[in-house]
Design a protein. Structure first.
Length: 231
């Protein structure tokens, strides 16, 4: 694996932070200064400032994200973070983002390769949202959402849409544009009042209270890897 991914697996930094450690010459592989394009093979010895680094075991965590918690490792404004909620022995980071006011299913892991694949549009990973909106969308409006909505960064892909209540709809999308669901609903005249992600890549927060988290089961881990194996 690439040296920055290896460093992230040891828990010393994110991949971006690892790049900075490598650039400043603090990382050595088998006694030789590491570079950004250095690959680490089995049996290689990696150290940071002379301290041996050993990868952590892979960890996969599902969090029921509560409101007013930011999807990051640390926040300059001092707001609570999802990483702060998950007190795990491994350094896990969120896969993708949920807005601070959005609740629901959030995956955190230190498996950088899987996280990258889950975020890649090629794999069309399903994200299911329940939105409480202003007004009562008509059947015609739901059909527009399902067909795709023209936004300032292009038309969205078709979505699966169903009504849950007069002012509550469920949208299933596989794109990952910023604020996408909120922007789609605002574009059709029904701004979002609250938003909850009920399902991510087949994972649900059923049985998890807001703020609670659990390890993925072996079957769930296998299903994620199978999902991202498809071409």
């Amino acid at each position: 694996m690439r040296l920055n991914a290896y460093l992230a697996r040891t828990g010393v930094a994110s991949r971006r932070g690892a790049d900075e450690l490598i650039k400043t010459g603090r990382v050595r592989v088998n006694g030789v200064r590491g570079e950004l394009n250095t690959f680490v093979e089995e049996g290689d010895v990696v150290d940071l400032d002379g301290r041996l680094l050993v990868p952590q075991a892979l960890a996969y965590v599902l969090l029921h994200k509560p409101p007013e918690v930011v999807t990051t490792a640390r926040d300059p404004h001092g707001r609570p973070t999802v990483v702060g909620l998950v007190q795990h022995e491994a350094r896990v980071v969120p896969v993708g983002r949920l807005d601070a006011d959005t609740t629901g299913a959030l995956l955190l892991t230190n498996d950088g390769e899987l996280a990258h694949r889950l975020a890649h549009p090629r794999y069309e990973v399903d994200k299911v949202y329940e939105a409480e909106v202003e007004g009562e969308p008509s059947d015609e409006t739901l059909a527009v959402l399902a067909a795709g909505v023209e936004l300032d960064d292009g038309r969205t892909a078709p979505a699966r849409v169903r009504r849950l209540a007069p002012s509550r709809v469920e949208l299933s999308i596989h794109e990952g544009r910023k604020h996408q669901v909120k922007r789609m609903l605002e574009a059709v005249g029904h701004p979002v009042r609250s938003l909850h992600r009920s399902r991510y890549a087949g994972l649900t927060v059923e049985g998890l209270e807001p703020g609670a988290w659990r390890e993925l089961t072996g079957d769930e881990r296998a299903a994620l890897k199978e999902l991202t194996r498809r071409t």
